[in-house]
Ligand binder design. Sequence first.
Ligand code: DHK
Length: 151
Amino acid sequence: MDAPIVTVLNGPNLNLLGTREPAVYGTATLADVERLCASTCAELGLRLEFAQSNSEGGLVDLVQACRGRSAGLVLNAAGYTHTSVALRDAVVAAELPMVEVHLSNVHAREEFRRHSYLSDIASGVIVGCGVLGYQFALQRIAALVLPARPA
Ligand code: DHK
């Protein structure tokens, strides 16, 4: 049987990773994040799909494409985390486990970043761990969707 697909989606401005506010978001690029996700998925026995969109509708389309296809979703919705009911609705409609990731510690920043439309529907929330957060999120998805291995 084919390995389950896990989709990693990235929201607006994450295409600028590496050069955008490196003191906040680090120096790794989105291509570095994709490589880390690919090697993590290979180790875990998952198939990776990885995408980024700067638009809310683009992200909604990408989440809708997960319905009935992906076993799990890792979502860094970036700025739309704090604003988008539409994205939340798409995640609920997709009926799959979703882990919310933020590179930065959103709780140590501006007040408006403390509210997320995604956290209460997430199967995990990882903030402030930099790019490692994606790896932790993939491990969480693997634990949820792969059969337990004998010890
Ligand atoms: C990324 C963004 O672009 C912000 O809008 C979020 C998130 C935080 C991150 O830390 O990955 O507030």
